[in-house]
Design a binder for this molecule. Structure first.
Ligand SMILES: Nc1nc2c(ncn2[C@@H]2O[C@H](COP(=O)(O)OP(=O)(O)OP(=O)(O)O)[C@@H](O)[C@H]2O)c(=O)[nH]1
Ligand SMILES: [Mg+2]
Ligand SMILES: [Zn+2]
Length: 354
């Protein structure tokens, strides 16, 4: 609206009469307190003036739209909306809440459920949009481990993406497990050993699985039991297939990988938190092409890249980027053959990308 047009808009000047506003004393009580007055907006969103609520604690299992969520309370699933107060104060965080968040649900007006509080997160698996404005995307909150799912062939094993995921997990303090699926397509076990021993040597579990032969499935199940795990990785690597194998009644949608370009069809489109019958939860997620780290995390990469933690302290410079510096323990380890060149260049690739 132009400035001069604005003047033409007439304000309603009458007074509102005969409106009864019950139960406003409580507002005065709280709003006059010095503590409320000086609180920051983020904090105010945590203070509710509603009365007569019945709050139940639950967990977000699925996000239907910006403001509509599925919340599990004692194994019952409810569709719930976000309270206006949270919408107003949390909108800057792009996503009001993430799958896995613990929330307080007002059940007093059932079946109209409302999320009245999002409780603080224990952790969050986060990635960032590419582009200069790095929008935060929370994949999951309050989880125990991330299952980095790759396939040996169809699509071909790409350790570079695994390295990225391992860095993200390390920065966010979440345990990571590497799954190499479709191991029935393996022809040369020496090649597999060459590509994976580095991770095992550095204490990262690597499990080779196949839903065709059942190889490795017991081992995988053991690691998943009684934990909350997020399955992530390229489209078509078999995330949904692995889950279906372990929990057939879930019957998740899967689709063949294209023969010509070895690309998955992005079959899973929603991240949904589901319970395992053997304890714990799973989160199947849509396959993604690449993952971007936040530029603020750049300084962490030389320290958290798999296998670098123990070497980092031996570099001469405290902020060594393991690139050109003198007396760099990582460069020395690579020259001595302790770090495969491929892993080192994968590190440089991630580091220089930021
Ligand atoms: N040979 C072989 N094929 C498999 C195996 N696991 C899955 N597949 C096939 O791989 C294709 C893709 O599997 P999905 O489970 O849909 O893959 P996804 O990772 O969930 O893919 P998105 O949902 O697109 O991210 C399907 O045709 C599966 O039958 C395996 O162990 N061996
Ligand atoms: Mg899937
Ligand atoms: Zn160094």
């Amino acid at each position: 609206m132009k400035q001069k047009d604005k003047k033409k808009v007439k304000r309603y000047s009458g007074r509102l009469l005969n409106i009864s506003l019950p139960d406003l004393d409580i507002l005065d009580d709280i709003k006059d307190q010095a503590l409320y007055k000086t609180a920051r907006i983020g904090k105010k969103s945590k203070i509710s003036f509603k009365t007569g609520m019945t709050l139940a604690q639950g967990r977000i299992t699925e996000i239907k739209s910006n403001y509509l969520y599925i919340v599990e309370v004692d194994s019952q699933f409810h569709t719930a909306s976000m309270s206006g107060r949270l919408k107003q104060f949390l909108y800057q965080s792009h996503a009001l809440a993430a799958v896995g968040d613990t929330v307080e649900l007002d059940t007093s007006a059932a079946p109209d459920y409302r999320i009245e509080n999002v409780l603080p997160r224990r952790n969050a698996l986060t990635r960032y949009g590419s582009g200069s404005f790095q929008k935060q995307i929370v994949l999951a909150a309050n989880i125990d481990q991330v299952i980095i799912t790759s396939s040996w062939r169809m699509p071909i094993f790409k350790p570079g993406l695994i390295d990225r995921y391992l860095c993200i997990a390390a920065i966010q303090g979440i345990k990571a497990i590497i799954v190499i699926n479709k191991i029935d397509l393996l022809e040369d076990s020496k090649e597999l050993e060459e590509q994976t021993h580095y991770y095992r040597d550095n204490g990262i579990p690597v499990i080779c699985t196949s839903v065709v032969t059942g190889q490795g499935m017991d081992e995988l199940k053991e690691l998943l039991a009684n934990k909350d795990s997020v399955f992530t990785g390229h489209s078509g690597t078999g995330k949904s297939s692995l889950i279906n194998y372990l929990e057939p009644q879930l019957n998740l949608l899967t689709a063949e990988v294209s023969d010509s370009n070895e690309k998955g069809k992005h079959t899973t489109t929603q991240a949904v938190l589901l319970p395992w019958s053997f304890g714990g939860h799973l989160l199947d997620t849509p396959g993604i092409k690449t993952i971007t780290l936040h530029s603020d995390d750049k300084a962490m990469i030389p320290r958290v890249f798999p296998g670098f933690e123990s070497l980092y302290d031996n570099c001469r410079f405290r902020d060594c980027s393991h690139n050109h510096e003198e007396d760099c323990a990582v460069l020395q380890a690579m020259e001595a053959g302790q770090i495969p060149e491929e892993r080192y260049y994968s590190y440089l690739n991630i580091y220089e990308d930021l």
